[in-house]
Design a protein around this ligand. Structure first.
Ligand SMILES: O=C(O)CCC(=O)C(=O)O
Ligand SMILES: [Fe+2]
Length: 297
């Protein structure tokens, strides 16, 4: 059985575009220098409805890879991520199980969402040796829906991205049940709503306690009032209480104030507009849907 495969048209162009939009909306810096990513857990936390296309794509890639590598029903997904490589990013020769904590990885698959040469330059995937040990690297150019799959121990790299953005759906597979991401994902999905819907606090809470979510909401012309009190902090909403109110503060200010001041300005305005509360009740039935506003940044 082959230990690597390049597969065409595993995802439709439409599916690639949908995932690209998701990646652009949710990816955060971190994975490697110049690389932004959104893991399936971040998608579950920030935009649970987007799990539907993401999981469908993941399963399509998994099925295609299992078939190509003769591993039917043999691959469990250890990691799913939308990964965008920006200019300057690269990765030298390595294999994907090269750390003690990555030993459970058996296979890898990368499904490209964009086309080399038109969406970005550089960023070529290379196996260190051509197929069957042939001399010299073997290149795989990115194209929407194209998947490169390989044994996690195969040496490979990515040449520097020169321009544009190179986004991919990256999967790592395992044969160790405890490392399958699904049980953790189900635990997240079955958990309390704040775990399901909230963004990691590092993304919205400044050291001085300023809640950027509320600041962003204020910039759209709204402030949140709970039981008659203007909220400065998302954590102030008691769990399970959904009778929160949304108060209009009229037109959004075009002046961009520092977050703390903006929240304070929103507070003053909102208190004078409590009459609007009833009309606006239910506009954000669960105020943690604020995540959608946050993602639009
Ligand atoms: O994006 C690719 O083409 C491969 C990335 C890679 O090798 C990795 O993330 O380990
Ligand atoms: Fe890799």
């Amino acid at each position: 059985m082959p230990s690597r495969a390049v597969l065409e048209g595993v995802l439709s162009l439409q599916a690639c575009e949908e995932l690209l939009l998701l990646a652009r909306s949710l990816a955060v810096v971190g994975y490697r220098e110049g690389v932004c990513s959104a893991t399936i857990f971040e998608v579950a936390a920030a935009l649970p409805s987007a799990l539907i296309p993401l999981v469908a794509a993941r399963e399509a890639v998994r099925a295609a890879v299992e078939e190509a590598l003769g591993l039917e029903l043999g691959l469990m997904v250890e990691f799913t991520g939308l990964i965008c490589w920006r200019p300057g990013s690269r990765i030298g020769w390595h294999h994907d199980a090269n750390r003690p904590y990555l030993r459970q990885r058996t296979h890898s698959a990368v499904c490209y969402l964009q086309r080399a040469g038109s969406d970005f330059g550089g960023g070529t995937f290379q196996f260190q040796l051509g197929s069957c040990g042939a001399e010299g690297p073997q290149d795989v150019l990115a194209a929407p829906g194209r998947v490169v799959a390989y044994d996690a121990q195969e040496e490979h790299g990515v040449t520097p991205v020169e321009w544009g953005e190179r986004c991919a759906l990256t999967l790592w597979f395992t044969d160790v049940l405890e490392h399958c991401e699904d049980s953790r994902l189900l635990a997240v999905l079955a958990g309390a709503p704040q775990h399901l819907l909230g963004l990691p606090s590092s993304m919205w809470l400044l050291e001085d306690g300023t809640d950027l979510q509320l600041c962003r909401l204020a910039m759209t012309g709204f402030a949140l009032v709970h039981s008659g009190t203007l909220l400065h902090n998302a954590e102030a909403v008691p769990d399970g209480q959904e009778q929160q109110h949304l108060s209009s503060q009229g037109q959004a200010s075009s002046e961009l104030l520092p977050p703390g001041e903006l929240a304070a300005a929103a507070a003053a305005e909102a208190h004078s507009q409590v009459a609007h509360q009833a009309a606006l009740d239910g506009l954000l039935p669960r105020w943690l849907q604020l995540g959608a506003l946050f993602a639009a940044d």
